[in-house]
Ligand binder design. Structure first.
Ligand code: ZN
Length: 288
């Protein structure tokens, strides 16, 4: 798979390439992350990949299908999104898509449904989507983008593969990204520290800014996931942080820390009180 014009997110790119090479492309993807432009760019690349007619590496970006998909003019690439409100993505749109999905593609091998801002789907819309996610026609590909997949129903999440984008690499986002990296590092270190106050000191910096908390939780979930993988002995490169966690905790503990972090992500999207949420997570992370 090619990622022309899409920078950063090397780990995510590698994961997508691996899946493609092994012929295990899922029928539903979720791209989550705060950077809307990057989410959109990646979703568009995947849509192009699905319809590209070039013989080699896809998407070629230059065949008629790629060009049409990029200009939102491909008859087999459908795009929909919610409005500004938190529950503005309505069920009617999904119902239309559901009917359409059973009609064979017009000219490509696949039919792509790009659902942007999927976390603004109403529960009814998500349940309607679920019906087709459970047993989609073989040629159908769903691409959902959202700030955080924690805002989606667990049943929807479980039927898609989730890819977390890194915070934006744009210069103005540098400081914010550094803060997120730093806080995540401090948190991961505090989890393994002998005293509780290290963790409490870091957690105090997390409760004020929801966007930052969301980014830190996403990052932390990735760190714990890597530690789980490392603990299972399935190679790959690891950072010092991951290695430390891996040496300090059992696989079971790492998994429960990952689950607690994911639970916290869901609580955040359900507008839980941030102070209580952070306190809850710290307690879970310190639990023996
Ligand atoms: Zn192409």
């Amino acid at each position: 798979m090619r990622f022309d014009g899409f920078t950063g997110n090397t780990r995510l790119q590698r994961r997508l390439c691996d899946i493609e090479e092994n012929g295990r492309m899922p029928h539903a993807f979720i791209f989550e992350g705060a950077d809307e432009k990057a989410r959109h760019a990646l979703a568009l690349l995947l849509a192009q990949w699905a319809v590209c007619t070039a013989p080699g590496d896809k998407p070629c970006g230059v065949c008629a299908a790629c060009v049409k998909a990029k200009k939102a003019g491909h008859p087999d690439v459908f795009s929909a999104q919610g409005g500004a409100g938190s529950r503005s993505f309505h069920v009617d749109v999904i119902r239309t898509i559901r009917e359409d999905a059973y009609i064979l593609p017009n000219e490509a091998q696949r039919k792509v449904y790009l659902l942007e801002g999927a976390d603004t789907m109403t529960e009814q819309a998500q349940n309607a989507l679920l019906k087709i996610l459970e047993e989609p026609p073989a040629y159908v590909l769903f691409i959902l983008t959202c700030v955080s997949s924690a805002g989606l129903l667990p049943t929807v999440r479980s039927r898609a593969q989730i890819f977390t984008l890194e915070p934006s690499a744009l210069p103005e986002a540098d400081t914010a990204q550094k803060q997120v990296e730093e806080l995540t590092g401090l948190l991961a270190a505090a989890v393994a520290a002998p005293h509780e106050y290290e963790l409490l000191a870091v957690s105090g910096k997390l409760i004020k800014d929801k966007d930052r908390l969301r980014a830190v939780l996403q990052r932390l979930a990735l760190v714990f996931r890597d530690a789980c993988v490392c603990s299972a002995g399935s190679g790959g490169e690891t950072t010092g942080q991951v290695k430390q966690l891996c040496e300090r905790f059992t696989a079971g503990r790492l998994l429960s820390m990952l689950e607690a972090t994911q639970q916290a992500q869901r609580m955040l999207e359900q507008n839980a009180n941030q102070t209580l949420l952070v306190t809850w997570l710290c307690a879970k992370l310190r639990m023996k």
